[in-house]
Design a protein around this ligand. Sequence first.
Ligand SMILES: *Cc1c(COP(=O)(O)O)cnc(C)c1O
Ligand SMILES: [Zn+2]
Length: 397
Amino acid sequence: METTDAFVGLECVDCGAEFDAAAETHRCPDCGGILDPSYDYDAIDLDRGMLESRPFDSMWRYEELLPFARESAVTMAEGATPLVDCPNLADELGVERVLIKDEGRNPTGTFKDRGQAVAVTAATQHGADDIALASAGNAGQAAAAYAGRAGLDSHVYLPSRSGFTNKAMVNVHGGDMNVVGGRIDDAGAAYEEGIEEHDDWYPVQTFVTPYRHEGKKTMFYEIVEQLDWEVPDAICYPTGGGVGLVGLYKAATEFRDLGLTDELPGLYAAQASGCAPIVEAYEEGRDEHEPVEHPDTICGGLEIPDPGASPWILDAIRETDGGAVATDDPDILDAAVQVAQHEGLEMVPSAAAAASGAWALAERGEFDGDETIVVLNTGSGNKEADVVRSHLMGQGI
Ligand SMILES: *Cc1c(COP(=O)(O)O)cnc(C)c1O
Ligand SMILES: [Zn+2]
């Protein structure tokens, strides 16, 4: 296995056991916990000047802090997305600055590309021929794209309610697409059956592979560099499984521990009221979520009723003095329209939950007025333009 110098292996988030990354590929063999890539940070020699001197060309410019080097990566130059100043939004929220990190400009139109780039690279390093996952849609599309690039077969399980673009593009990338009646849990059950029948399939499923949050963490490195090394006061993140949120937390801790920054940003989990297990656990002071029995939101990427990483997500929110906020679907769609009309940026509904959440936080007095706030636009508006357009239809427009 070809890895970067400082990458030492995988550590179980639950029991702390450590494993060799060539031998273990997915969950902890001792306790079933999530595995997290670990590094010998003393062996990493990075300063601000070194990073500034590199072209801002892809997330692989941080390869010392990734398990694999750019030259062995399955990459389409994902990452290096713009951080767009949104002065109208800042006025409306009553804060100093609002910036939107526009992850819609990734190869398949969402930040899922960052996670799949690393996960599919790991699959090739482990000699896999087939990858498999269940997904609300965007992760499946990204996986099929990266598998195609790497010459692997992909087996993608999507719920029937996932978006047309996702289904179409899994086919276009040559994936083996399985549309399952129902919601994400039903797709998950069909995927489990597939995995049981094919022991050579390599899962690239959320938190089953240790590498998706590792890819997504690069969003934080970029944000800080784009802000000239200022750590934003708050980052508003549309939370489903929480892969990106724990990635941001990990990256913020790494940059601080490497001496590149001094503090951590407040991390805010934004969810849709129809499926808000993290917000509920946060508000009730619990360390773990309770599964949502009847999840129902138009935000497919956020309709994750049973996010297994909730202890880690809640830890990230509390340790950074952040928070959690849920808003209703009509408010989320309104937020997508407001951002499109006043800032020009196009947000997919799941991502607009972060903008809507930021509004709700401002209304409840969470901010003083001098803050810099980053809102993550996790996916391009083109993915579900029809959903946002029909919201206007409902208003007679
Ligand atoms: C997957 C997805 C999310 C949620 O991501 P997690 O990292 O699993 O919390 C948010 N927005 C969009 C557009 C997504 O595709
Ligand atoms: Zn363990």
